[in-house]
Design a protein around this ligand. Structure first.
Ligand code: FES
Ligand code: FES
Length: 155
C-alpha cells in the first residue's frame, strides 16, 4: 500500500506492507532511531510515540491504520536545540542511565501532559506503569514526571 504519514510536522509518502509496524516504518524506512525496540510485543513501552495526540506502542501499531496520521517522535520533541521541559526534568531528576527506555517514557508523558497539564498523580503513575526500565529504578522516573508537570504548568 501507499502510505502518507506526517512525522514531526513533515509529510512522507512511500510504499509499505499494510502489516508493517509503525516502529519498523520509523526505524527502518525513515531512520528515526530515537524510538527504541525493546520487546516488539507491546510489553515494555520503549517504542512509544504520539499518534494523533495519543501515546501508542509503535511496535503493535500497523501501517494500515496510519493513513494521514500525525506522529510525533522523540526527534520532534525538542526545537532549535532546546530541550523540552520533560527532557529537562529527566536530566535534572537523574532519571536516565542507559537511556534506552527514556524516549518511550518522554513520549508517554508528553501525550498525557499535553492533554491534561493538571493530571492527577495517580494518572501519571498509571501512564508510567506501561513502561519498563531495567536500570534507573522507578522513583527517579516518577520524580522526573512530577517535575516535568511542574515545569509545564509554570511555563
Ligand atoms: S518494543 Fe513496543 S512495547 Fe516493547
Ligand atoms: S535507563 Fe536503562 S532501561 Fe531505563
Amino acid at each position: 500500500m501507499e502510505l502518507t504519514i506526517i512525522i514531526n510536522n513533515k509529510d512522507y509518502t512511500f510504499s509499505v506492507d499494510p502489516s508493517d509496524s509503525l516502529l519498523s516504518i520509523l526505524r527502518e524506512h525513515l531512520s528515526f532511531t530515537g524510538t527504541k525496540n525493546g520487546c516488539s510485543q507491546g510489553h515494555c513501552g520503549a517504542c512509544t510515540v504520539v499518534v494523533n495526540g495519543k501515546a501508542v506502542k509503535s511496535c503493535i501499531t500497523k501501517a494500515k491504520k496510519l493513513e494521514n496520521a500525525e506522529v510525533l517522535t522523540i526527534e520532534g520533541v525538542s526545537s532549535n536545540f532546546t530541550l523540552d521541559a520533560i527532557q529537562e526534568a529527566f536530566i535534572e531528576a537523574t532519571a536516565v542511565q542507559c537511556g534506552f527506555c527514556t524516549p518511550g517514557y518522554i513520549m508517554e508523558l508528553y501525550a498525557l501532559l499535553q492533554a491534561d497539564p493538571d493530571a492527577e498523580k495517580e494518572e501519571i503513575h498509571k501512564a508510567l506503569e506501561k513502561h519498563l526500565c531495567r536500570c534507573t529504578g522507578y522513583q527517579p522516573i516518577i520524580d522526573a514526571a512530577l517535575l516535568a508537570q511542574e515545569k509545564i504548568k509554570n511555563s
